[in-house]
Design a protein around this ligand. Structure first.
Ligand code: S3P
Length: 186
């Protein structure tokens, strides 16, 4: 009886793919759903979720918009890179990163060296339709929908060479935690 059970559980593990462990960094443009999908995936893996922007807010006591206003984008990029590299990550966790983080310094290389990296890819028009609340995002807060579309198209050209260094690229449209977990296991 116990033999049968063992065989069944081995088969189940094999059927569901390799177990997921380590640090999983989600990268991608603002609005692609990194924070939501990080929470869903962490829930499925029963591990902690870390949102690096939220950690910056918690540590500095300033919103991202306030931090930009006080220290400029350069100051913010220094701080987010330091946060990325000094955070005390649990052994297994899912990390939502800020949209610009992979594109500065050696951050993308660092994430690839320290864990799994997943690019949540989405078309510019889909990103625009998801970026209604722009006030908390200083880089786009004053743009109309038309201006935002052009801005995203240009930014993605600059950023794609960094994002596409991720070990895994998934279509973020219609993605949920279950599909993300399956993609990581495949
Ligand atoms: C930024 C994205 C934001 C935040 C900051 C800059 C960017 O994070 O880090 O406003 O340069 O794309 P989200 O992608 O979570 O909105």
């Amino acid at each position: 009886m116990s033999n049968t059970n063992n065989t069944n559980s081995e088969n189940l593990t094999a059927a569901s793919g390799k177990p997921i462990s380590g640090i999983i960094f989600l990268v991608g443009y603002m609005g692609c759903g990194k924070s939501t999908k990080a929470k869903q995936l962490a829930h499925r893996l029963d591990c902690p979720v870390i949102d690096l922007d939220a950690e910056i807010v918690a540590k500095t006591g300033k919103s991202i918009a306030e931090y930009f206003a006080e220290f400029g984008e350069g100051g913010f990029r220094d701080y987010e890179s330091e946060m990325l590299k000094t955070f005390d990550y649990p052994k297994t966790c899912v990390v939502a990163t800020g949209g610009g983080l992979p594109c500065f310094f050696d951050n993308m290389e660092w994430m690839n060296a320290h864990g799994e990296t997943v690019y949540l890819q989405m078309e510019p028009a889909a990103l625009v339709s998801r970026l209604h609340n722009r006030q908390k995002r200083p880089l786009i807060k004053d743009l109309t929908d038309e201006q935002l579309l052009v801005f995203i198209q240009e930014k993605l050209q600059e950023r794609d060479p960094f994002y596409t260094q991720a070990k895994l690229i998934v279509d973020a449209f219609d993605l949920d935690g279950e599909k993300l977990e399956a993609a990581l296991k495949a």
